[in-house]
Design a protein around this ligand. Structure first.
Ligand code: HEM
Length: 229
């Protein structure tokens, strides 16, 4: 109950803050400390039409959906990709070489233009999502029996149980719904495009530029020595 009250207070205060800022701007007053960056909540309030937009309850529900849907799933996905890289050092080397090829010896971060070139890394992320989907079950009413998809040899061949990212580079999917870590159809994941193209690749490549994943019996250990000079 207290938690809900806290959430409502945050939303109400943010709404007031935006209203005051807007009124000041109308009068030509600009505060030197006003930041250009907007929080997610601010964007929601503004995009929905400010005071006449989403109600506080709607803002709470929408924010909650995105927080719940977007954080744990991405974190679990990245954790499994890291685990796969630790378990398959040869794959990790290939990813590292690809990043080197794209960035050269430069110390800069991966840019939006670099992302489409990181094709092998994309295959590694997909292969991790295939074997270890962060959302392993999707609840739908089926009108006929459906066999498990992600490890089904009919769609993935005899080595369906193996971690082999190359499969995503070699051939197209045997069925458009054989690979559905983000579900399929109109109610599929809203974050899937962002995730595939930006988030996972940026995170993993930034990490691999500097560190290497190692496997131990109980944990993934990070080697803190810098890899790029
Ligand atoms: C690796 C990361 C992610 C995975 C594996 C994933 C997976 C999924 C799956 C399987 C669904 C369908 C659930 C169902 O119908 O039962 C879904 C829905 C959804 N996802 Fe994701 N998701 C991820 C990241 C994100 C991110 C980063 C966002 C937002 C920024 C997001 C926003 C949503 C939303 C809003 C829905 C509900 C869509 C609807 O019902 O119309 N997801 N996600």
């Amino acid at each position: 109950m207290d938690f809900l009250q806290d959430v409502h207070n945050i939303i109400r205060n943010k709404g007031e803050e935006i209203k005051n800022k807007h009124e000041k701007e109308q009068k030509g007053i600009k505060n030197a400390t006003d930041k250009e960056l907007n929080t997610f909540l601010e964007l929601y309030i503004k995009a929905s039409g400010g005071a006449s937009g989403f109600t506080n309850v709607e803002l709470r529900e929408e924010t909650l959906v995105l927080l719940l849907a977007g954080t744990d799933t991405s974190a679990v996905g990245s954790a499994f990709t890291s685990l796969m890289l630790a378990r398959h050092p040869e794959v990790q080397n290939n990813v590292y070489e690809e990043i080197r090829e794209v960035l050269g010896d430069s110390n800069r971060s991966v840019s939006a233009e670099d992302l489409p070139r990181l094709k092998y890394l994309e295959a590694v992320i997909k292969e991790s999502l295939r074997l270890y989907p962060p959302v392993p079950m999707i609840v739908r009413k089926a009108d006929k029996d459906i066999k498990l998809l992600h490890r089904n040899p009919v769609y993935w061949g005899k080595d369906a149980e193996e971690f082999r990212p190359e499969r995503f580079l070699e051939s197209n999917l045997k069925h458009p719904a054989a690979f559905i870590p983000f579900s399929y159809g109109p109610r599929s994941c809203l974050g899937k495009g962002f995730l595939r193209t930006n988030n996972s690749k940026t995170k993993t490549s930034s990490f691999l530029k500097l560190f290497r994943f190692y496997n131990s019996q109980t944990a993934i250990l990070y080697n803190v020595s810098r890899r790029f000079r």
